[in-house]
Design a binder for this molecule. Structure first.
Ligand code: SIN
Ligand code: MN
Length: 205
C-alpha cells in the first residue's frame, strides 16, 4: 500500500488513490481473480429490456449483482452455473479496510471485463440496502475513461483510471452518476488477452 490519503477530485466524496496497488500486488490480485473466474465464468448479462451489455460480468463474495429480464438484484449464485460465487479475495478486504474507513465489510464484488469496444453507460449504484457504506472500485489492465457527475444531474467530468488505481464513491458522492466512456486498448499488458478488469466492492445488505 503506497498512499492511504486519497486524492480529492472535483466531486466531493469521490476519492481517488492512483496506483494504490503496485504492479506485484496487481499481478497477485489478478491471478486470484482469474483462478476464481474458472469456477464462476464471465457471462454477458442482459438489461431488463433484453439488451446484452457490452461488458462481461461475474461476481465474488456472498452476494453478486445480476441483471436479467426480471430486473437488477443481488443473489448468492451464478445465474449460469447455479453455484455460489467464489469467496472475496483477502487483498480486497484489506483494501476496503485500509482505504474506506468503513467499520463494516463488503459482501459483494462485481467483476467487470471490458474488451474491445465495451463501455458502461452513466448510472447510479442503488441496488444496495445500506447506502451509508461506500462503493470501492479497483482497476486492473487497460486505462478507462471514467465519467462521473453529481447524483442530481448536471455537469460530468472524466478521470482516467489506470491499472492499480482505486477510487471510492462515498458520502455525498455515494449516488454519483458514473460510467465508462471507453477503454484505451493496449495501454497495459496486465490482463492476458488484453482489456480491463474492474472490481467493484459494495455492501449490498
Ligand atoms: C461499475 O460502475 O460497475 C463499473 C465502473 C468501472 O468499470 O470503473
Ligand atoms: Mn456502478
Amino acid at each position: 500500500m503506497r498512499a492511504l490519503e486519497p486524492v480529492r477530485t472535483t466531486l466531493e466524496g469521490l476519492h481517488y488513490w492512483p496506483t494504490a496497488l503496485a504492479e506485484p500486488a496487481q499481478i497477485r490480485l489478478l491471478d486470484e481473480v482469474l483462478a476464481a473466474v474458472e469456477r464462476a465464468p464471465f457471462y454477458r448479462p442482459v438489461t431488463p429490456g433484453g439488451r446484452p451489455l457490452s461488458v462481461m460480468m461475474t461476481n465474488l463474495g456472498p452476494l453478486g449483482w445480476v441483471s436479467d429480464h426480471r430486473g437488477y438484484r443481488y443473489q448468492s449464485t451464478h445465474p449460469e452455473t447455479g453455484e455460489p460465487w467464489p469467496p472475496l479475495p483477502g487483498a480486497l478486504l484489506e483494501l476496503w479496510r485500509d482505504l474506506t474507513g468503513d467499520p463494516g465489510r463488503p459482501d459483494a464484488c462485481l467483476v467487470n471485463l471490458y474488451r474491445g469496444q465495451a463501455r458502461m453507460g452513466l448510472h447510479q449504484d442503488r441496488d444496495e440496502t445500506d447506502m451509508a457504506a461506500p462503493v470501492l472500485s479497483v482497476s486492473l489492465g487497460d486505462t478507462a475513461v471514467f465519467r462521473f457527475g453529481p447524483a442530481g444531474g448536471g455537469k460530468t467530468a472524466t478521470l482516467r483510471l489506470g491499472s492499480g488505481d482505486v477510487c471510492a464513491l462515498t458520502g455525498p458522492a455515494r449516488l454519483a452518476r458514473h460510467g465508462v466512456d471507453r477503454v484505451i486498448a493496449g495501454s497495459s499488458r496486465l490482463v492476458p488477452g488484453g482489456g480491463r478488469i474492474n472490481l467493484t466492492l459494495r455492501r449490498a445488505r
